[in-house]
Design a protein around this ligand. Structure first.
Ligand code: BES
Ligand code: ZN
Ligand code: ZN
Length: 443
């Protein structure tokens, strides 16, 4: 039994064993900790503290953990326990010396309902493993299999459109990106119905299992990290699984177009004009702007079959989002200011922050094409994240509650938990927080 006593800040700062600046830890015995929370602790920072503690001090943990938190708000204690669970994650399952962290299947004794945070962290860890998985272990079919298994385990519907079905459906933009691949594309369609009301939220997540750039090939520096180009798919999977496991009273649809973006004689080339599900033609200027192509079809498909009340997309879409916000927050764009404000507040509360960029039509000009309805890249390096949104807007069938999240900067993080940048599971908590708030406002 690992015993942890969580205490509020006591105004002192002379503890010797600091596990994070401003947060103090003293080891009492080989299996016990006293953790003093830093001043002005926020839910996300307390979660990080738990995360760091179980990661760094794993040798002191057993799979039974007892937490006592006198004089600490119950919600903060729960965040701490959620963090302990996050710290049980490692990307090293394929290493010879891999050992399961005792908390991976840990039992947490704590007076109060710790379920929600533990489930969220467990879902996060499950999708982190997908994002960190090597590209050769997560082909489009593997993503489909993951979703199918999750749906079976947690009681939501999953349908997979194979390549032939994608052809029949007219998902031309997804198939165009898939041309250079030996793994057939799929469209994964997930549906969770937990709400009585007739409102449905659709989330479309980018599932590029590896992005070489295609013929407009990327440089080799950090190219291995392009295995994370399905971070939007991971967030979508996580939102569906979490909604089902938490039995949220909402209706949620998840759509994941999945393929790799590879180089081959059959790959699409700059100057090609392709069709799309929405019926608009697209001139390819840069084959590395592939995410917006597959997302265009995912958006159009979602609107056609589910008429969602709110249309959300989430994608590791542009280097521009990384250059703008670094690793601090996701970029969001929407013409619906109410939605932007709701997500800004939800992100602030759960620690997965978002910040808006302007959605103005001035930015659409650069995407006009002489030979097609729209081109996939302006040819101009400025405001790339905004241009990607302006492109996607063409495929939403003028949806009035459409919001876009570019998570290129936040899907991976350099941290104390791993040598290289590691998956964060970003998006799971953001979407669950927003959905929970929506449900609370309705009831
Ligand atoms: N997957 C990349 C975006 C990306 C970059 C994600 C860095 C994570 C980290 C996307 O498909 C891409 O290549 N975008 C290009 C678009 C450009 C060619 C218009 C970019 O942002 O440079
Ligand atoms: Zn790309
Ligand atoms: Zn990409």
């Amino acid at each position: 039994m690992t015993e942890i006593t969580l205490l509020p800040h006591d105004g002192k700062d002379d503890y010797t064993d600091q596990i994070a600046p401003g947060s103090y830890l003293r080891t009492l015995s080989p299996t016990g900790f006293v953790v003093r929370l830093p001043k002005d602790s926020k839910p996300a920072s307390v979660r990080s503290l738990g995360h760091l503690l179980s990661h760094k001090e794993r040798k002191y943990f057993t799979s039974d953990v007892q937490v006592e938190a006198p004089n600490v708000a119950e919600s903060l204690a729960q965040e701490f326990i959620g963090g302990l669970k996050l710290g049980s994650y490692s990307a090293g399952q394929r290493k010879g010396d891999y050992e399961i962290h005792p908390l991976e299947n840990g039992r947490f004794q704590y007076i109060g309902e710790t379920e929600k945070n533990l489930i969220l962290s467990d879902v996060q860890n499950r999708v982190r493993a997908l994002v960190d998985a090597p590209a050769n272990k997560k082909r489009a079919q593997d993503l489909a299999a993951w979703a199918t298994e999750s749906g079976k385990a947690y009681g939501y519907d999953v349908k997979v459109l194979d390549k032939a079905a994608c052809e029949k459906e007219g998902l031309h933009a997804l198939l165009a990106v898939n041309r250079g691949s030996e793994d057939p594309a799929v469209l994964i369609v997930m549906e969770y119905c937990g709400g009585a009301q007739d409102e449905t939220t659709a989330i479309i997540g980018k599932g590029v299992t590896f992005d070489t750039g295609g013929v407009s090939i990327k440089g080799s520096q950090n190219l291995h990290l392009m295995k994370s180009d399905m971070g939007g798919a991971a967030a979508t999977f996580g939102a569906l699984e979490a909604a089902a496991r938490l039995k949220l009273p909402v209706n949620l649809v998840g759509i994941v177009p999945a393929t790799d973006n590879s180089v081959d004689a059959l790959s699409i080339k700059p100057s090609d004009v392709i069709e799309s599900h929405a019926g608009k033609t697209i001139e390819i200027i840069d084959t590395d702007a592939e995410g917006r192509l597959i997302m265009a079809d995912g958006l159009s498909y979602a609107v056609k079959y589910f008429s969602p009340t709110t249309l959300i997309d989430v994608a590791t879409l542009t280097g521009s989002a990384v250059r703008t916000f670094g690793y601090v927050c996701a970029a969001t764009l929407s013409k619906n200011e109410e939605l932007v404000e709701q997500f800004r507040a939800a992100g602030e509360a759960c620690g997965e922050r978002v910040w808006p960029l302007p959605p103005w039509d001035d930015f659409a000009k650069g995407l006009e094409s002489d030979v097609a309805d729209v081109k996939n890249f302006s040819g101009n390096p400025l405001h790339g994240a905004t241009d990607a949104f302006k492109f996607l807007e063409n495929f939403t069938h003028d949806h009035e509650r459409y919001i876009h999240f570019d998570i290129a900067g936040v899907a991976l993080k350099q941290g104390p938990y791993a040598k290289d940048r590691q998956a964060t599971g970003y998006g799971v908590r953001l979407f669950v927080e927003w959905l929970s708030r929506q449900a609370a406002n309705k009831s």
